[in-house]
Ligand binder design. Structure first.
Ligand code: PBG
Length: 326
């Protein structure tokens, strides 16, 4: 035998030399849940170690994470029921606690990359990402509200708008609204291929944002489809998206891969709440070693082609001693 692949595995030093993929904290975006109060910290039952945080607690968390090297955060508001209505009016209210908090966060940590979510579900009493009329989720009427929401968030000084609603034409519409109002420099990370997935369950618990009727299948993608992701990506690129995202990540590694092969834009993957919960639950039962499977999971997403990973594991990853030797 002249060729013995094991020679390149014989020591840690050699293995590191030939390592093809590395995950770095620079690649990660840490999603955080904001509560209306100041100092509260309420753990999400189905996401051990992840808390809904009042503004002061969230500022402390951002500070800690920045010291650990995490630079980017995606901030989601937990909207109390009495603020929700069928028109999702609070989504574009500049005086709402979310917008106020975003301004404070950006003022206190101008160097942090702050991303926000554009979709109506946390604010909509119907729990859908768009306006609902007669049981139908309206597309073009929703765009108008999404534009106002994006504008209201951009005016807080945030860096990246993340439209997660899957309405047709929303990237182009939001891009025009931002540009017309002087926010040419605010980026758009489009949830390009967002599937109607069961893996969002813990997130909907955290935000109390589950649809009150029906499901999201008329706007989120069918998990069976791959070609359709290419169509969505082409539209988003033409409409001005700066980043393309695939969501969820683990059951959709093939989608991450084909988007990476087909487009030059940076590809992001959202390692969603249910994927986080699975590892945590198995680890709690002693069935998996979290410190081994967590970095292995992130590595798999990176290896599939993601440049950026949105993940609830971000802080624990940053705290690992050897991040790339699962
Ligand atoms: C809202 C939104 C969802 C997630 C991110 N933005 C839930 C949904 O579409 O129902 C899911 C994130 C996660 O599960 O971690 N449009």
């Amino acid at each position: 035998m002249h060729i013995r692949p094991r020679r390149n595995r014989k020591s840690e030093g050699i293995r590191k030399l030939v390592e093809e993929t590395k995950v770095h904290v620079d690649d990660l975006i840490f999603p955080l849940f904001l509560l209306e109060g100041e100092n509260d910290r309420v753990e999400v039952e189905s996401m051990p170690g992840i808390y809904r945080l009042g503004l002061q607690s969230l500022l402390k968390e951002v500070e800690t994470c920045l010291k650990l090297g995490i630079r980017a955060f995606d901030i989601f508001p937990v909207v109390p029921d009495h603020f929700k209505n069928p028109k999702a009016d609070k989504s574009f209210d500049d005086g709402f606690f979310y917008q106020k908090a975003l301004r404070v966060i950006k003022k206190q940590f101008p160097e942090a990359v702050i991303m926000t979510d554009v979709a109506l579900d946390p604010y909509n009493s119907d729990g859908h990402d768009g306006l609902v009329k007669g049981g139908e989720v309206l597309n073009d009427e929703t765009l108008e509200v999404l534009g106002k929401q994006a504008l209201s968030q951009a005016a807080c000084g945030i860096d990246i708008i993340g439209p997660s609603d899957m309405m047709d034409g929303r990237v182009g519409y939001i891009r025009s609204v931002l540009d017309e109002n002087g926010f040419q420099d605010v980026s758009i990370m489009s949830y390009t291929a967002k599937y109607a997935s069961g893996f969002y369950g813990p997130f909907r618990d955290a935000l109390d944002s589950a649809p009150r009727g029906g499901d999201k299948k008329t706007y989120q993608m069918n998990p069976a489809n791959q070609q359709e992701a290419l169509l969505e990506a082409e539209l988003d690129v033409n409409e001005g998206a700066d980043f393309l995202m695939v969501k969820p990540a683990l059951a959709y590694l093939d989608i991450i891969h084909i988007l990476k092969e087909s487009f030059v834009q940076p590809i992001a993957a959202y390692n969603v709440s249910g994927e986080f919960a699975m590892l945590k639950a198995a680890a709690e039962k002693g069935w998996l070693n979290y410190e081994q499977v967590m970095p292995e999971t992130l590595l798999s997403i990176k290896r599939a082609g993601a440049d950026i990973i949105l993940t609830y594991h971000a802080k624990e990853f940053a705290l690992l001693k050897d991040q790339n030797t699962p």
